[in-house]
Design a protein around this ligand. Sequence first.
Ligand SMILES: Cc1cc2nc3c(=O)[nH]c(=O)nc-3n(C[C@H](O)[C@H](O)[C@H](O)COP(=O)(O)O)c2cc1C
Length: 246
Amino acid sequence: MKAYIGLLPLAIQTFFSSNITTSTRMTIQHPPNPAWKAPFAAAISSQPVTFFQLATVSESLVPRCRTLTYAGFFGETPYAGASGIPASEQNPSGAESDVLLVASDARSSKFAQLQVSSSVEAVFFIAAQWTQFRVRGSAYPISFGARCGELERRGREHVEAHMARPDGWDWDKEIRKVWERQDEKMMKSKFPATTDETPVPDDFRLLVIVPDEILHLPPGGGPATTWTAEAKNGTAEWIKGEAAEH
Ligand SMILES: Cc1cc2nc3c(=O)[nH]c(=O)nc-3n(C[C@H](O)[C@H](O)[C@H](O)COP(=O)(O)O)c2cc1C
């Protein structure tokens, strides 16, 4: 049933999410450093770039896919070298999560598609190893001032269940940090700010991908290594297995 919930309208997904007793239950705390995180991070850092493809579901239930830039695990972004954000307005260091972070913009169509279904699949091709990671889970918009309604509320709840946050950690401080790091040639040129809104433009969005299942496909065939989040004794555990998928 879990697989089909993401195809239902948001209000109905919300109903089922609050009644679901499987691994995806958002309030169940997940470890911020599951066993798949280190091999995934090592594979990504073997690449000169961190581009990947993200598939979403459109209103007409047609898949949509685009290339995005993986920006690390949510909460773990360091401050810019010469940060202009006063120390008193910065988040404390030490936050950790297994949530994938992308910088984006409200004007892109992926956010309307997440209102249809928050279910996504991300695919990373690691050329140096000739392997792929397929990351399955849910994606959400995160905005300065929490402007994205119910979907963002669910997203924040889901992310918090996958994070370890030091005392004093704050969502808006995190978004401001990521905005300050945006390169003039990437996000800021593709989606020019339409307002002078400070400290973060209205349209800037984080896209967070909260994983449920990871597949690591070996080079040249053979079974994939899988990690699946399952609820055990009130917390989630990532169970390692194998699948014949390629
Ligand atoms: C190499 C590369 C990296 C990209 N990185 C991002 C990114 O990090 N965030 C983003 O919103 N769009 C990024 N884009 C643009 C997206 O591919 C896409 O055009 C845009 O997000 C709008 O897609 P959508 O309307 O399907 O949401 C990138 C494009 C390329 C070619």
